[in-house]
Write a protein that binds this ligand. Sequence first.
Ligand SMILES: Cc1ncc(COP(=O)(O)O)c(C=O)c1O
Length: 341
Amino acid sequence: MLHGLFSQKNKSNPSKNTLIAAVGNTPLVKLERFSKELGFNLFAKLEIFNPCLSAKDRIAVYIIDQAEKDGKLKEGGTVIDATSGNTGLALAMICRVKGYKCVLTVADKASKEKINSLKSLGAEVVLCPAAALPDDPNSYYQKAITLTKEIPGAFYADQNFNLANSEAHFQTTGPEIWNQTNGEITHVIAAVGTGGTLSGSGRFLKTKNKNIEVIGVDAYGSVLKKYHETGIYDISITHPYKMEGVGKSIIPGNVNFDVIDRFIKVGDLKSALRARKMAQLEGVWAGHSSGAAVEALFKTKDDFKPTDNVVVVLSDHGSKYLSTIYNDNWVEEKLYSDSRV
Ligand SMILES: Cc1ncc(COP(=O)(O)O)c(C=O)c1O
């Protein structure tokens, strides 16, 4: 009976009763204690509720759908991407559901949990040195491109430049935030990696109210803030850092510099401590980049009014960082010893 009902529904929408239907429509909650400390209303968009515990599930759905529509991905095909973990996990999950193979090039600074999760979902993981510059053949970007050429039927998901990434957030995250705040949102802030989350949701929100301020969070050691302010791509300011998914050493096509009003830079240590504080004070267990986004608000809290309704996107779940920011020894050894910021 149930099975019959399901197959009938599937005729109109083949994704309806698969895991793909569980992507998106994440909760928005007020962070009461942080709001009090900051002096304005802070709401968290909990992307940690997606099936693979990050915002990247949304883009994996859109990127693969688009590739199928364009004829770039066919039955028996292989999806390839360069990913710090979350996009890879999401692509691996969608590939399991849809029956594709998945090969991922990953920077070797990614946590062990992330790498093992990718393997658990059937992806092949190719580790590349995090310190390799983007045009170095050993970098995880170049390796993904080489593998796409070598493997027959391969499709390069290319989360940095494939605009299906920001489109996913324009179509889903942005409208959800607008509706969940009854249109009363004044600011949206998120860590910027590929730029998809903030550019897509920010672009949507500005179609509803052009006065909404869209704030990007960048890392010390990344090129994005300087590029936004000066138009100069300055690779000389890059240096290795620990946060995953915050900042870049390239300028991704998914960063829409016209939509983002300003960037705030934060560092590894304070971002990690802020994520830990959020878990302890609010019970919201999120990752390093989420700590970075909230830390950026603490850094600039005087820029906001008591009536402001600020939405911070919490990109991924804290359970992915048990061996890093939620491990006292790691924080002591890796962050306090190099506590630039
Ligand atoms: C943990 C984490 N936070 C934040 C981001 C940034 O999101 P986006 O790539 O949409 O800018 C990413 C992705 O790069 C990520 O993996």
